[in-house]
Design a protein around this ligand. Structure first.
Ligand code: SAM
Ligand code: SF4
Length: 354
């Protein structure tokens, strides 16, 4: 009898431990690095002559195409039974989906799931925070790219800085821990805020993650010169603060982390462009319309929804697991950002699930 491994392992021996599930491709923000559809975003990229490619003509998926909560729960159970330990709910903006606490409660009850987290822009967090917490959510990541009202509006397309700050403080007060705040840094846009974002992390005692801008924007306007490499940010912070490295919990952690030697708060760097971590990648993505992506930069998707839904031919759990095993075997070795011939995926970050 052939030996079938209990875990989902790719052809490079990487075991999948982390599944990111997008709840919707829709969003109420228009971040300049994700869905740059505002006049401000157009102006920013036009003046930097980075309108070189055709924008992605993105059409929102009809709701009937979205996986139901029952389907998401089923996939999660199958994944956890095969070694997945961590689920992150994302989008688009996940809190635009109806009754997310109901989904959280279903997932939190799955035996063997060690970590359940949510990434949100924070706009609808305040009204749902307590219900999410009661349902069993322990961890949230909230995006915050600017502390200046006008710049925040330019970056996100929404005049919502105060709402997002309220969300971050409430998340901390309700005990979501560790509380992460994500900031995508773009040269000539918010790189002057690097130091103030670090001060914010200290003052509020939170973990801030600086993220490098990746070529996943719907305008396809990304250029290497917009990227502020993590090591440049670190050098700027070290010029002001004594920072001590924090040992990562696992080899596949995406962020390199530093704490302030004199007290509260932490900063971290997610540097997929300047310091790729593909060799340790243990992630898999499920889009809101039920496609499996084995890499953020995959050019092909695999139709899991067809496996789950195909009427009388709908697969049982074992068949779904065998199908997933076959898909995962072909997980890409690495991305090719910055190389000759690099091709941006057809869908932007909001539709893939960040
Ligand atoms: N809407 C939620 C939010 O913004 O937090 C969740 C989805 S969003 C796609 C997840 C994360 O991806 C956010 O922290 C966002 O800053 C990041 N992101 C989006 N586009 C990106 C890009 N082109 N490069 C790097 N990070 C990006
Ligand atoms: Fe911004 Fe997240 Fe919406 Fe993309 S999905 S536009 S990053 S809020």
């Amino acid at each position: 009898m052939t030996h079938v491994p209990k875990t989902f392992t790719d052809s490079f021996g990487r075991i999948i431990r982390d599944l990111r599930i997008s709840l919707t491709d829709r969003c109420n923000f228009r971040c300049l690095y994700c869905l740059p559809e505002t006049e401000e975003a157009a102006n920013f990229f036009r003046t930097r002559r980075s309108e070189t490619a055709t924008p992605i003509p993105y059409v929102w998926k009809p709701r009937v195409n979205l996986l139901t909560y029952e389907e998401i729960e089923r996939v999660t159970r199958i994944a956890v039974a095969h070694g997945v330990e961590k689920i992150r709910l994302t989008g688009g903006e996940p809190l635009l989906r109806r009754d997310v606490p109901a989904l959280v409660a279903r997932l939190a009850a799955i035996d063997g799931l060690k970590d359940l987290a949510l990434t949100t822009n924070g706009f609808h967090f305040v009204e749902q925070a307590e219900a999410l917490r009661k349902a069993g959510l322990r961890r949230v990541t909230i995006s915050l790219d600017s502390l200046e009202r006008d710049n925040f509006t330019k970056l996100t397309g929404r005049d919502a800085l105060d709402t997002v700050l309220k969300a971050i403080r409430l998340a901390r007060d309700l005990g979501f821990h560790p509380l992460r705040v994500n900031a995508v840094i773009i040269r000539h846009l918010n790189d002057h805020e690097i130091e103030s974002l670090a001060e914010f992390a200290r003052a509020e005692n939170i973990a801030l993650r600086y993220i490098e801008f990746m070529p996943l924007d719907s305008r396809r306007a990304w250029q290497m010169e917009h990227v502020v490499p993590a090591r440049e940010i670190l050098a700027r912070l070290q010029a002001r603060h004594a920072l001590e490295p924090v040992v990562a919990d696992s080899k596949s952690a995406t962020a390199t982390r530093w704490r302030f030697a004199d007290g509260r708060g932490e900063v971290g760097f997610i540097a997929p462009v300047s310091e790729p971590f593909c060799g340790h990648c243990n992630r898999l993505r499920l889009t809101a319309d039920g496609k499996i992506r084995t890499c953020l930069f995959s050019l092909h998707e695999h139709d899991l929804k067809a496996q789950l839904r195909d009427g009388a031919n709908a697969a049982d759990d074992e068949t779904v697991a065998a199908w997933l095993r076959g898909v995962i075997l072909h997980k890409e070795a690495r991305h090719h950002i910055g190389e000759e011939g690099f091709q941006q995926p057809d869908r932007p970050m909001s539709a893939i699930g960040g």
